[in-house]
Design a protein around this ligand. Structure first.
Ligand code: GDP
Ligand code: IMO
Ligand code: MG
Length: 451
């Protein structure tokens, strides 16, 4: 399998960092393809905890090339401090490569993100305020600064001379906050360039050469399918495409070069920031899951919202990502509950809805239709095979697999690499039956009489 895409199937924080790290041992490179330092991927190695925002999760293996692809928006200050943090902990970081074409998150993007959130007030998205949306907006508007621009001071100065007056006017006049000084920005940005120059590369070429040699690469998604700019509940989304297709545009590969799509999800749902969340739990069961699961944002420290597992967006996520296999994380956090619930469908305005509406207004009115499953009390951190799990935990995994339409190949029972159960072998390509499964659930055969 030369190219595997690892993609979040929920609202982010599914455990993509652990999954990438757990599967990375035998690959040659791990490539981030979208998002920026809004991501927070946690990897636990014994007593050591690594929280990565930009550097791909494969970095902890010395033989892996960690690559930040063209689709990522890079805050150079974050990248530099992350490289320093890793180096200070004995991780060799000279091999980290960053696409020359990745866009730079400039200080005015961060200021604009915060100012817009404040302006939106009650309608705020609850962004990470890392400048992600404004940086992607400038990329689309063709006024972005790319990593390679940091290497040419005079050219950078003339670009900023054209861009900065408008940014400052917006900040000062529309939002009543301070602007930025041209000289200071040029100085800051060229200093970033000097520091990061050895890491800059044509990452598409690197990726294509590795694939041509038959080497196995992982493409590590950030955020998740339900935060996708196109497929999430707009406007409560991020500004990139976390879905597997994003690995093509942001990682430098073609659709037929993707051999495997590994979907990552956790055994319940969480969401940070605003937006509809039909299965949200605002009771002591939810509090318990937050406490046991330590559901606090890796990037902002915000308390995550938590809810029951929702099969409606899962079917959608399996379809739009063409998921070939799934890793189900954090099932250990459900130990100790009398029963666990799964949302099978929604009721919206009196009608049953099986297909994720991906429309914030409809989702806000969606009432979950639950099926109840018996819980289990035993702690399961030390289970290493499905046979070790309590029967009710096995039944829960079976139910989630049936509902998803893709095989659950890995079950994770703790944050560490080795706390992973290999449930079944990963199929090479997504079985056709998965597509049929979704079709059967959501699209009953058309009435031949056309009634
Ligand atoms: P990501 O953004 O998808 O990489 O996920 P985060 O790192 O933000 O959040 C997932 C959290 O769950 C991290 O603290 C992981 O160490 C932890 N984690 C991952 N898998 C498991 C698991 O199976 N059980 C437990 N208890 N924790 C896990
Ligand atoms: P990882 O990679 C969870 C959420 C924010 C907000 C919305 C838009 O760790 O799974 P943005 O700053 O991207 O403009 O915010 O997206 N968000 C995440 N939620 N995990 C993440 O990343 C997220 N990155 C962004 O909370 O609701
Ligand atoms: Mg995270």
């Amino acid at each position: 399998m030369p190219a595997t895409v690892i993609v979040g199937l929920q609202w982010g924080d599914e455990g993509k960092g652990k999954t990438t790290d757990a599967l990375a041992e035998h690959v040659k490179a791990v490539v981030r393809y979208q998002g920026g330092d809004n991501a927070g991927h946690t990897i636990m190695l014994g007593e050591e905890v690594f929280k990565l925002h930009l550097v791909p999760s494969g970095v902890l293996y010395p033989h892996i090339a960690p690559i930040i692809g063209n689709g990522v928006v890079v805050n150079p200050a974050t990248l530099i401090s992350e490289l320093d943090m890793l180096a200070s902990r004995g991780i060799e970081v000279d091999r980290v490569r960053v696409s020359k074409h990745a866009h730079v998150i400039m200080p005015y993007h961060i200021a604009l993100d915060g100012a817009m959130e404040a302006r939106l007030a009650k309608a705020a998205v609850g962004t990470t305020r890392r400048g992600i949306g404004p940086a992607y907006a400038d990329r689309a508007w063709r006024i972005g600064i790319r990593m390679e621009d940091l290497l040419d001071g005079p050219a950078l100065r003339s670009k900023l001379q054209r861009i900065l007056p408008e940014k400052n006017a917006t900040l000062q006049r529309q939002h009543n906050v301070g602007g930025f000084d041209l000289d200071e920005l040029v100085q800051l940005a060229t200093a970033w360039g000097v520091r990061l120059k050895p890491h800059l590369a044509d990452t598409t070429q690197l990726v294509q050469e590795m694939l041509a040699r038959g080497e196995h690469l992982l493409f590590e998604g950030a955020q998740g399918t339900l935060l996708d700019l196109d497929h999430g509940s707009y406007p409560f989304v991020t500004s990139s495409n976390p879905i597997a297709g994003g690995a093509c545009t942001g990682g430098g590969i073609g659709p037929l070069q993707v051999d495997e799509v590994l979907g990552v999800m956790k055994a319940y749902a969480t969401r940070v920031g605003a937006g509809p969340f039909p299965t949200e739990l605002e009771d002591e069961i939810g509090e318990g899951i937050i406490d046991r699961g330590r559901e606090f944002g890796t990037t902002t420290g915000r308390r995550r919202r938590v809810g029951w597992f929702d099969a409606v967006p899962l079917r959608y996520a399996v379809a739009v990502n063409s998921v070939s296999s799934i890793m189900l994380n954090k099932i250990d956090i459900l130990s100790g509950l009398d029963e666990v619930l799964i949302c099978m469908a929604y009721e919206v305005d009196g009608e049953r809805v099986d297909w994720w509406p991906s429309d914030a207004d409809i989702l806000a009115r969606a009432k979950p239709i639950y099926e109840h499953f018996p819980g289990w009390t035993e702690p399961i951190h030390d289970c290493r095979s499905m046979a070790d799990l309590p029967e009710n935990a096995r039944l829960y995994v079976d139910a989630v697999e049936r509902l998803s339409g893709a095989p659950i190949c890995f079950v994770s029972v703790g944050p560490e690499r080795h706390q992973t159960i290999e449930r079944k072998p990963r199929p090479f390509r997504r079985p056709l039956s998965a597509a049929n499964h979704v079709a059967a659930v959501v699209a009953p055969a058309a009435d031949p009489a056309g009634k």
